[in-house]
Each structure stands twice: as C-alpha cells, then as structure tokens.
Write a new protein. Structure first.
Length: 486
C-alpha cells in the first residue's frame, strides 16, 4: 500500500496530561424493527453516547485546568465489522456475501464504511473537532475492529469530516498498534496478545488479491462479520452473550429467537463454515512487502509512536501466534466439531437402518434408540469443551515485563478486554481503560455493564506523572481503583 514517509511529524513527546479511552465501537445506527424491536437493539440510536463524549471532553479540560491534553483513542473506536449499509450507487461490484454480511476490507469499501459511521455520529465528530481547535490533540491507536484505519483513504475521510485548519490537522495522528506517551507510558490496544484478534503483521497489513488490495482480518473479526451480523439477538460486546452451554443456547432460542429467526441454526452453520474457510485462506495469503522500503516503514511507525525503530521490531517479537494457525481449534470454537459429530452419527445410523430394513420390516422410529444411547456421550463431550476466546485476552506478566524493558516505560495501558484494571505487576504499573461500548447482559438492554471509564495521567507531587482510573457519569468522574504502590 503506497504511503508517504516524508511528511513532517510534529513533536508529540511531551504531554503533561493524557486521557485514554478505548472500545467505543462506534458504528452505523441500526433502524428499529417494529415486529422484532430487540433485533440489534444495542446498535440503535437510543444507546448512542455522542453527547456523553462531548461532556467528557469538557470535563477533562476542567481537570487539566486549561493545560493542553493528549487524548489517546486506544483502539476499537470504530467498529467496521458491524457496518452492513451498502452504497446506493456503488462504483464497485458488491458480491452476494457483502450484501448480507458487510463490505470486504478494501480501501474504497472501508472509506464508504467510515463515512457512514461519521455521518451517523456527527455529534461525536463535532465534539472532537472543537476539542482539537481548543488546543488539544488526538491519537488514534488501531485496534482489531478498526484495522481498516490502515488505509490512507480512510484516514483522509476522518480528516475531511473533522475539517481542521492545516496547522491543526497535524494534531491528529494515527498509529499502528502502540504509542509511547511522555516517555513514561506505553499504550496499546492489546489485541496483539490475543491469538483470536491479533493483526498478523501491522507493519505490512495488506495482502494482494486478483485486481485488489485487502486487509488480512483476524479470526474474531471474521466471526463478527459472518456469524454475529446475522444473529441480531446476540450482543458481540459481551462474551457471555454468545459463549454459552448447549442448554443455555436452547433456552435462549425459545425465549427470544424462535419466532423472529427460526432458521438460526442454519444461519450459524453457514456463517461458521464461511468464517473457518476465510480464516484458513487468509492465513495462507502473504503480506505485501517491499524490501527496499521496509526500514523507512519501520522508522515512520516508530516516529509516530514516539519510539525508536528497534522498539518496533522488538515489540513485534512479543506477538502471539494467530489462532488461524490451528484450523481444528477454530472449528471447536465455532462448534463445527459438534456439528460434524451429529452429522456422522445421523449418517451412520441411517446406513444401519437401511441395512436392517433390507432384512427385517421395521420402522425408522427404531433409529431413535441408538440416538438416545449416544446422546449422553455427546453431552459429555460438549460439556468438556470450553471456549478459550476469553482466556487469552489479558497479557501475561512476561509480556508486560518485556514490553516495559523494550520501551523503558514503567506504566502500560491496554484496552481490548472491556474490563477495567489497575494493578502493580512486578515493577510495571498495568491499567486497562475498560470500554464505552453498548455492552448489556440481556437482550432487552436493561442491564448495562460498567462502562464509560478512562485512564487519567497527570503530574504528580514528586514531579513524575501519576495514573488513575475513573468512571465518567453525569458529568463527573469517580475514582475506581487506587492500588498501593510497591
């Protein structure tokens, strides 16, 4: 993907005040369905928080007492995977799968999607623009759901909507996966340590297809696109909404889904198959690399992140292996292993019944006897298989220690998990800014999770900066956790 490395980059290395938020998951507004109002209710305008974001910006300005603020939007600010809207008169061919599950991650399509998001969230754009005009700056760290920010045209579309003067335009920056604030804080979205959501190569994120350039998406993104986009009663922002046991799925189906989507099992099955196949073939695709420009690319990423080129290369070594390396693991996460067992059982029993009926005149209802005999074994297997998706999200102690040693930062801030954290692990202060996404524990959207949290870093009494974790609510911030310092 052509990128200019010659443009001047303003000095972002000093920042007395830094505010960090993540996982806003801004996406298109879902129209309310009269017959089935619970279908993707969490995506409707009822739960937009653009006005809260504007109030938040004014609040942190009061906390900084007029000093410049560095606002770090730490990944998954935009949710490209949930956008299903299509252009009225597309200048590109829209395939059947795109019509049902969203446009592919290609530059012209991604630009259309960010335009849809920004138009639906005009109040968010206006608030951010005015914040920057008042003397502050904003840094977008790319997460797994907004990897399409890698496309230069997508970044340009954001600049166009912000409509900033040229000298203020430089106060907005896009960084690939990490950012070092004031030389004391390493900020990452954190998906690079989650095998289901990691970008295989954020230095070279593009792959070439036949007559097009595309992004290689992680397994988690593909599952959101091809499965969750077709199962509107499941909220993708809360793991427990879609990772359930078999009895829980059955109860959920009859309570919410049976009338609105009786063919849910088929929707899940073909979506899971598409996800598995897409993950497998994407894994085989080689990224576009230009050996003559790789050092320029690394230096450019480092300069934007306030880092050194060696830090870019060394931090890459901490990435986990993508889950797509193990198709059997993905099949198990998608429940395709259980579907395969059921298919084989029915096939063998059918063949057995055909053979028996060729000798004896018996009813096919006798086939239920071996099915009932096999059922306890199937349930035992299903119960023994646990999902590993949520278990990989928090980086381990080794990653924190190594990242701190590489960047010389004693504080590391992540997002991605949607769970707030503030703890001291060894010599490293670890925080997680939580989320702002429309996350609810129930389909009716009456049980919201704790959200609208942020990390606030300000000058401390000893001269060094201190970090605190807050929840923002009703125009005020409440301190959440304040661990003891070792």
């Amino acid at each position: 993907m052509p990128t200019s490395f010659s443009q001047p980059i303003p000095d972002f290395k000093k920042a007395p005040y830094t505010a960090i938020i993540s996982d806003l998951h801004l996406t298109e507004a879902e129209p309310v369905r009269v017959r089935f109002p619970l279908w993707k209710k969490f995506k409707t305008r009822q739960f937009f928080f653009d006005d809260v974001f504007e109030s938040f910006l004014k609040h942190i300005e009061e906390k900084a007492q007029g000093a410049p603020i560095e606002l770090v939007l730490n990944g998954d600010i935009f949710d490209f995977d949930s956008v299903l809207r299509l252009p009225d008169e597309p200048v590109f061919h829209v395939g059947w799968l795109e019509k049902h599950r969203g446009l592919y991650p290609r530059e012209e399509r991604s630009r259309f999607k960010i335009e849809v998001i920004l138009k639906d969230h005009a109040e968010f754009v206006r608030a951010l623009r005015e914040f920057i005009l008042r003397g502050h700056r904003a840094i977008f760290v790319m997460g797994n759901h907004d990897l399409e920010l890698h496309f230069p045209e997508v970044q340009e579309e954001i600049y166009r909507h912000l409509n900033l003067p040229e000298h203020k335009r430089q106060e907005v920056r896009f960084v690939e996966w990490f950012y070092i604030s004031n030389q004391d804080t390493l900020i990452e979205h954190g998906n690079q340590y989650d095998p289901y959501c990691m970008c295989e190569d954020p230095v070279n994120p593009f792959v070439r297809g036949y007559n097009f350039v595309s992004l290689k998406l992680p397994f988690g993104n593909l599952a959101c696109r091809y499965i969750m986009n077709g199962m509107g009663f499941f909220n993708p922002h809360v793991d427990t909404n879609y990772i359930m046991s078999l009895p829980e799925y059955i109860r959920f189906f009859f309570k919410y889904v049976a009338k609105a989507q009786p063919g849910l099992v088929l929707t899940w099955f073909w979506g899971a198959v598409v996800t598995l196949l897409h993950s497998f073939f994407d894994r085989l695709a080689a990224p576009i690399r230009n050996p003559l420009k790789i050092e320029d690319r690394v230096s450019y990423i480092a300069e934007k992140a306030n880092a050194e080129p060696r830090m870019v290369r060394e931090l890459k070594e901490l990435f986990v292996d993508p889950a797509a390396s193990n198709p059997f693991l993905l099949a198990r996460e998608l429940w395709l292993d259980r579907a395969f067992i059921i298919f084989i059982a029915f096939f063998l029993i059918f063949q057995l019944m055909v053979f028996v009926r060729s000798v004896y005149e018996i009813s096919f209802f006798w086939a239920f006897i071996p099915l009932f005999l096999l059922l306890p074994f199937f349930l035992f297997y299903s119960k023994s298989v646990t999902s590993l998706v949520s278990g990989y999200k928090e980086p381990d102690d080794r990653v924190l220690a190594m990242a701190s040693a590489i960047t010389k930062a004693q504080r590391i801030v992540f997002g991605h998990t949607h769970h707030t954290r503030h703890e001291i692990i060894g010599s490293v202060e670890h925080l997680n800014s939580g989320c702002w996404s429309p996350a609810f524990l129930d389909v009716e959207c009456t049980k919201p999770l704790d959200q609208k949290t942020f990390v606030w870093i300000s000058p401390g009494e000893s001269g060094s900066r201190q970090a605190e974790l807050f929840r923002f609510e009703d125009g005020k911030s409440e301190l959440l956790i304040n661990p003891g310092r070792a």
